[in-house]
Write a protein that binds this ligand. Sequence first.
Ligand code: M6R
Length: 387
Amino acid sequence: MHFLNDGEAVVMNKKKVALFDLKSEREKSLDIQTLDWKMEDAEKGGFPHFLLKEIVEQKNTLPKTGQINKQEFQKIAAKINEGCKIIMSACGTASYCTLAAKYFFSDLGIESEVYGAYEFLPFARFCNEKTVFIAVSQSGETADTLIAARAAKKQGAYIVAVVNARGSTLERMADCTLPVGAGPEIAVLSTKAFTAQTATLYLLAYYIKGVPEKAITKLDHLGKMLETWLTQNLLTRVRELAKSLMDHEDMYLIGKYLNYPGCLEFALKIKESSYIHSEGFASGELKHGVIALIQKGTPCFVLAMNDEVRNEVLSSAAELKARGGKIIGVAPFESHEFDIHVKTPDIGKLTFFPNVIVGQLLGYYLGIGRGTDPDKPRNLAKSVTVK
Ligand code: M6R
């Protein structure tokens, strides 16, 4: 692979690949790199769609994050431990990853700020040499994320790129890169890159605290739990659920703390894949307006885990149920508030991942049921390279 830089052009024929500098028109030598991606990673491998294949691959891509980038993690952790402030920024799914990371960081006592990259510029002035700016992007080519990272760099910030696609513009401008190693993500919807990016930031928190083994062990355990949970049984269960929800045009989701970004991501997967209107909210927001939307039979997803706010979320679920909402619990435990329950593995805060995977699968099956192309939804591009 040679990654083209600005101002370079290539002439290819059967015999030769020649690289030129556009200004001088002189031939240059290729800077060839070897990628560890395999041909079969970019094929469907027996699955009907890339999206389903990439969802199932998370059994392997998630635990893999613990095995790579050790030196880079240490380098970034050292920088942060010098007293640098952390700012994270991204767009779309990647921005929900940064929001989840904010909760993971805070759990370990690490402060961080999060901005949608398209809203970052008014705040770029607060970056300086004591800022570690973490830009998260599957493609590394998202225009708004690049603009935000350039603005932070201009202020003297140390730029970290958390990327999946290799050799991207973001990677090339960063001071340090954490490649997440999820392999090629072909479907327009981000799934395995999202979870690998989030796991990478989860690991970073433990590296900052000097106890990475703890996170690596937990991610290994997560991989094992996914092996036994993310099976044909689950796929069939979610497909049946999708059939029962197919004709609804609005769905709402609530969650608190880590399940809040989980809800945002779950809702985005449903929107992108099936074009059904779905909105995720922090459960605390319900009483402040959202509850007015609930009518008899409105599908309401409740994302929960065995954490410190489990009971608060269940009491919000009871409020939705009292207004006639059809409550679909996505959680490791049963509860009388749930009309339907999709059980996820009980793995502490890492239940975040299987809870989101249910949303990825549901989006996929809703899309199939409604006749969309889940790999290429209308109006969307894999990388948004314009502002
Ligand atoms: O390549 P990036 O991660 O920077 O892309 C950011 C968003 O455009 C992307 O996550 C988008 O929201 C996806 N379609 C989500 O599935």
